[in-house]
Design a protein. Structure first.
Length: 214
């Protein structure tokens, strides 16, 4: 029963997070023009529609070859993580904390993979003058694996003075991101904070059991 609950939790978290990510991305893509902004809370939090080649927070790997490598790499890593966590569940070597962290990372990766794989085929090009159309008669704007990732969260909390080295003249945290990026970031932070502690505890428990048996 415990394995079944873990499987349900694992896949429910992944599916739920991907669904939220995609609902917002599709709404942004089909209702906003490129670089259009909608204030959410004053000017410090806005929906600002931008697209990127696939890396988190608007970064890119460079060129069509880089885009293809990034998309394939994400598919491989996501597949491996799902396989790895499923095996941990089967062996009962996982807990709710590790399941949650893994689900965040996997859901984030898959959320952006969907954009890269399919958005180029099912949407027309977003421009400064026109909103994209789903399933256009003339076909999408690119081929499989070459779609652009939709970003929208913009937090311009305050302006950094120009005299500040490197970041002067920019707003604090200028990157624009999406739900999938947030999932990956929170998951990786959680992994850095809790991973060592969790594995030390499990090793210690195993050692205690071995001592008792001997």
């Amino acid at each position: 029963m415990k394995k079944k609950r873990y499987f349900i939790l694992f896949f429910s978290l992944i599916i739920g997070l991907i669904t939220l990510d995609q609902i917002l991305k599709v709404w942004i893509k089909t209702n906003m023009m490129l670089y259009e902004s909608i204030p959410v809370f004053s000017n410090w939090f806005q929906f600002r529609f931008v697209e990127n080649e696939g890396m988190a927070f608007g970064l890119s790997l460079g060129g069509s070859i880089g885009k293809l490598i990034l998309s394939l790499l994400r598919l491989v890593i996501s597949g491996f993580l799902i396989y790895y966590v499923i095996n941990l569940i089967k062996k009962e070597k996982v807990d709710v904390l590790i399941l949650s962290i893994s689900s965040l990372i996997i859901a984030g990766a898959l959320g952006n993979i969907i954009d890269s794989c399919f958005y180029g085929m099912i949407f027309s090009e977003s421009t400064f003058q026109e909103v994209a159309i789903a399933f256009p008669v003339d076909g999408g704007y690119s081929a499989f694996l070459y779609g652009k990732v939709v970003d929208m969260f913009c937090f311009e909390l305050f302006y950094i003075p120009r005299w500040v080295p490197f970041w002067g003249g920019l707003h604090f945290f200028p990157a624009i991101f999406n739900i999938a990026d947030s999932c990956i970031t929170v998951g990786l932070i959680g992994l850095l904070i809790f991973n060592k502690r969790v594995f030390i505890e499990k090793t210690g428990n195993s050692a205690c059991r071995n001592v008792k048996k001997s």
